[in-house]
Ligand binder design. Structure first.
Ligand code: PLP
Length: 482
């Protein structure tokens, strides 16, 4: 494809995207295909000779689209939102065209500097303590954009692990032990409601993880952590890392940071990470900032703008209070990556696992500038209000019960009755292709999650979803099939 053809195809693609977005509601939300559907539709080998763009796009519509789960569909209410907006799409498009790999300042100065600035903008907007900002005199903190929340937590766990091992090697009681023996003593903590990535990160870090029971509202309490730490210390373990969640995946509960913070402080050397992958974005609204009370105790904090801030995947923001602790765990410095400004500039390659990195800040910059803080607040408030509307519908219908405290854009509910009834209800709805939701276990019970997801969701979307749900429940109850 030469530049003239790209000019033409690019315009056609924008047209295709506009049509796709405008008419997405006419498609099934979930595809009606089984595993392996695509294999017989495509040749078993890549084409030897170039194919025409028309042929490729024809296959997109006839073969690929039927296998897509439409996360931007107004009836998609599963998981959490997959951030999406036109400014963000344009940002990614330009980033792809610039095509730089900004692993160091020298590898593309604007790529590094915009990331630092945008992280400061966003950190200020959500009200992080100024210690987390880069451009703050005397601060050792700063922000970075990672590919996922899983990576944010992993790099913090790695940093905490490196810190703990260095400290232990200096202590008289442990100086005789080698790193492998010390590793066996380290204990990390999270709640049963934490995202499974914390468990995976502990596996990768080769450290033990104590998974603690939250209270009946799915909230991890300070006293639970304190008791666990004391019991572990008595057994000879060394607590080194706690990951708490603000806005859990299952039911959007908030661990009690104000209680947990002082417990971590008491055991100096315990790194407190706050995973707010979904909810953190909402702190951009002044009335929701109370949800991060206790943030002054945290060593690190992450939120995914690609979940709840209109930014396309991937854009997971991480801030640390002391960037030198992070880079201390991750620096390797071969000659070919060195440059003359290394002492005065940020090299993000030392903040993350991969070397190569995309120009992700461009799309977040486009989003923040195009919407302004006020536009982003309006987007969050719309989702919160619509969740409240759905909550009211659940409360009004005696056949249903509510299963979480509705704070942001997630409602957990169930039909009164057995787990089997709810499983059947959910699978019938999902099989219909009219609406998509996923389940969660809340307080040991099977519940259905209704997440606001579409960027421009409306009250009528909520009402349509509710009528689909209630129609299927009525049908099920009538059929006596459960
Ligand atoms: N933490 C929370 C609270 C989440 O809800 C999720 C995903 O939904 C994650 C972490 C994992 O996010 P990622 O896919 O960016 O690794």
């Amino acid at each position: 494809m030469d530049i003239e053809e790209f000019r033409m195809r690019g315009k056609e693609m924008v047209e295709y995207i506009c049509e796709f977005m405008s008419n997405i509601h006419n498609r099934r939300v979930t595809p009606d295909v089984g595993p392996g559907y695509l294999r017989p539709l495509l040749p078993s080998e890549a084409p030897q000779e170039p194919e025409s763009w028309e042929d490729i796009m024809r296959d997109v519509e006839s073969k690929i689209m039927p296998g897509i789960t439409h996360w931007q569909h107004p009836r998609f209410h599963a998981y959490f939102p997959a951030g999406n907006s036109f400014p963000s799409i344009l940002g990614d498009m330009l980033s792809d065209a610039i095509g730089c790999i900004g692993f160091s300042w020298a590898a593309s100065p604007a790529c590094t500097e915009l990331e630092t600035i945008v992280c400061d903008w966003f950190g200020k907007a959500i009200g992080l303590p100024t210690d987390f900002l880069y451009f703050n005199s005397g601060s050792k903190g700063g922000g970075v954009i990672q590919g996922s929340a899983s990576e944010c937590i992993l790099v913090c766990m790695l940093a905490a692990r490196a810190q703990a091992i260095a400290r232990l090697k200096e202590s008289a009681a442990h100086a005789h032990l080698d790193e492998t023996a010390l590793l066996g003593k380290l204990m990390a903590y999270c709640s049963r409601e934490s995202h499974s990535c914390v468990e995976k990160d502990a596996m990768i870090c080769f450290v033990k993880l104590r998974i603690l029971e939250p209270d009946e509202k799915s909230v991890l309490r300070g006293e639970t952590l304190r008791q666990a730490i004391e019991a572990d210390v008595a057994e000879g373990y060394i607590p080194f890392f706690v990951s708490i969640t603000l806005g859990t995946t299952a039911c959007c509960s908030f661990d009690n940071l104000r209680e947990i913070g002082p417990v971590c402080k008491k055991y100096s050397g315990v790194w407190l990470h706050v995973d707010a992958a979904y909810a953190g974005n909402s702190f951009i609204c002044p009335e929701l900032k109370y949800l991060m009370a206790g943030i002054e105790y945290a060593d690190s904090f992450n939120t995914n703008t690609n979940k709840f801030l209109l930014t396309n995947f991937d854009c997971s923001c991480l801030w640390v209070r002391d960037r030198f602790k992070l880079t201390g765990a991750l620096v390797v410095d071969p000659l070919y990556l060195q440059h003359t400004h290394a002492d005065t500039a940020i090299d993000y390659r030392h903040w993350s696992i991969p070397l190569s990195r995309r120009f992700r800040s461009l799309k977040l910059w486009f989003v923040m500038r195009s919407y302004g803080i006020s536009g982003l607040q309006a987007y969050i408030r719309n989702h919160v209000q619509l969740a409240k509307r759905f909550e009211a519908l659940v409360r009004k219908d005696a056949r249903f019960e509510l299963c979480n405290e509705v704070v942001l854009g997630l409602v957990c509910f169930r039909a009164k009755g057995t787990d089997k009834l709810n499983q059947k209800l959910l699978s019938t709805i999902n099989d219909s292709g009219k609406l998509h939701m996923v389940p969660a276990r809340v307080n040991q019970r099977f519940t259905i999650r209704f997440a606001l997801a579409a960027p421009n969701a409306t009250a009528s979307d909520v009402d349509i979803a509710w009528s689909i749900i209630t129609d299927y429940l009525a049908e099920l109850l009538e059929s006596k099939d459960v």
